[in-house]
Design a protein around this ligand. Structure first.
Ligand code: C2O
Length: 511
């Protein structure tokens, strides 16, 4: 067993990494929080102390499947009520996967205040390496508090969300204002060796493309799914996604920029830092000099990576889409944006007669999931009662911004995705059933569609949501109640929801 204590505290006037004091929330006074490390098969036990003055909290173990342990998922409002200030909750869970992930507060947009850290499970790798460099968290950074940003994002309605003030590499970067405050992160490689780098995009809003000047990445895992080693010059990382990559130090001894590039039209977020970068330093090179070569400019998109082959195949039969199956086994989910005049922009998911279901004669389900806290207890639940493979067609027609969609308790197969309108005639034959990319976050293009499939092999309550911080907070999500009668720990939702209502006011408490 691995034991950890996490103390979450307010840090007023925290001298942030780039020299701008801000109101933050820190774990054990660190940013990022301490790395949680375990071996494949371990039990992880974490005491989370809410030492905040006036906010609830909860910690979600992103990407951990929590088999039979849905109540350890740390998703307040879904699997638990927030931990009140002055209280402690012990989470204990089994790690059945290995690879790279992270943990973060799932309370409103709170992880944007700093409540996050890396979570690493050691296990076999699909290619050899010499040195494990550990987690490499890249995260956008804001000088405003998460609550204020949330408010700004709501007020912006369909306008652009707030720009990030910086993008940090392992919690560091210089301030892009030219003042020289802050410092670059410098990570050391040993010449000639192969290094495992565990890339994590722990941002609130910025999805981006990562590249290392003069080097390739050999990808060996997508999120926590081991894949056949695949060489890439650059990698797009949506919010929440991870890549385990091997970097071979086979270039001249020097310093190299590890660049983050945002898509030019700002559809994947904007940052005030025009050249976010960290330094990859070869042992023996100047410990202070900056790299000289910016590298060939990368044309960054907002599009999820495809083409990785999971080492353990989990394909689904193509004849899955016999017309008789369609009606019972597929679930079209349309994403709609509802503007509430009193509350700003509130997102909602509708399971409704999207063009797909009309095409297939799917019964019209009207789950209207509004994040305004006024819905009756059961209305934002979709019940999946059979043990089966479900295909979700996520259709996003209303905004040009993509959404990084994350599913709790599962990894899913990305059968296909594309921009524009989903056309069953055209797109269904293009879906990939033979060992498609598997992961726990995928970028839903906007406007566009994504077809993802998962097995209901994990009875519990699971949230699926957009991982953009303020979108989570605004309710852009849907809950699956999976094989409720087989849940090992039965959560009494009708009791949980009224209890959580008592916490509603805390959601809006700013610093
Ligand atoms: Cu990274 Cu719902 O979480």
């Amino acid at each position: 067993n691995r034991y950890y204590d996490l103390h979450i505290t307010n840090a007023t006037n925290w001298p942030g990494p780039d020299g701008v004091r801000k109101h933050a929330m820190l774990i054990n006074n660190q940013f990022p929080g301490p790395t949680i490390e375990a071996e494949w098969g371990d039990y992880i036990v974490v005491n989370v102390y809410n030492d905040l003055q006036d906010n609830g909290t909860s910690i979600h173990w992103h990407g951990i499947r929590q088999f039979g342990e849905s109540n350890q998922d740390g998703t307040n409002g879904v699997t638990e009520c927030p931990i009140p200030p002055g209280h402690m909750k012990t989470y204990s869970f089994h790690v059945t996967q290995y690879g790279t992930s992270w943990y973060h507060s799932h309370f409103s947009n709170q992880y944007g205040n700093g409540v996050l850290g890396a979570l690493i499970v050691k296990g076999p790798a699909s290619a050899n390496y010499d040195i494990d460099l550990g987690p490499y968290i890249i995260s956008d950074y804001y000088h405003e508090t998460a609550d204020r940003l949330h408010l700004q994002a709501e007020l912006a309605r369909n306008g652009p969300p707030p720009d990030s003030d910086n993008i940090l590499f392992r919690g560091k970067n210089i301030n892009p204002d030219g003042s020289g405050r802050g410092s670059y992160d410098r990570l050391t490689l040993t010449p000639g060796k192969k290094h495992l780098l565990r890339l994590i995009n722990a941002s609130v809003d910025n999805s981006f493309t990562v590249s290392l000047v003069g080097h390739n990445f050999t990808v060996i895992a997508t999120d926590m799914v081991p894949v056949q080693p695949t060489i890439r010059k650059s990698l797009f990382m949506a919010v929440g996604q991870r890549y385990d990559v091997i970097v071979t130090a086979d270039q001249p001894v020097d310093n190299y920029w590890l660049n983050v590039t945002l898509e030019a039209n700002n559809n994947c977020g904007r940052s005030r830092n025009p050249y976010p970068a960290g330094i990859i330093h070869y042992e023996g090179a100047s410990p202070t000099a900056l790299p000289t070569n910016r590298g060939t400019p990368i044309v960054a998109t907002c599009t999820g990576e495809t083409g990785f082959t999971p080492v353990v195949p989990r394909n689904i039969p193509p004849n899955f889409f016999r017309p008789s199956d369609i009606a019972s086994n597929t679930l079209p989910i349309g994403l709609n944006i509802v503007n509430h005049t009193t509350k700003g922009q509130i997102f909602s998911w509708h399971v409704k007669d999207t063009p797909i279901s009309v095409e297939w004669g799917h019964p019209v389900l009207e789950y209207i999931l509004e994040g305004n806290y006024s819905f009756p207890a059961a209305i934002n639940l979709i019940q999946l009662n059979q043990k089966d493979t479900w295909t979700l067609f996520l259709v996003h027609s209303s905004l040009s911004l993509p959404h990084p969609i994350h599913l709790h308790g599962h990894d899913f197969l990305v059968l296909g995705l594309g921009t524009g309108t989903f056309d069953p005639q055209k797109h269904l034959p293009l879906l990939n059933y033979s060992n498609p990319v598997r992961r726990d976050v995928e970028q839903l293009p906007g406007p566009g569609w994504a077809a993802i499939a998962f097995k209901t092999d994990n009875p519990g309550v699971w949230l699926m949501h957009c991982h953009i911080g303020w979108h989570v907070a605004m309710g852009l999500g849907v809950q699956f109640l999976e094989r409720a009668s087989e849940m090992r720990v039965l959560m009494k939702l009708d009791q949980v929801v009224p209890n959580c209502n008592a916490w509603r006011e805390y959601e809006r408490v700013g610093n």
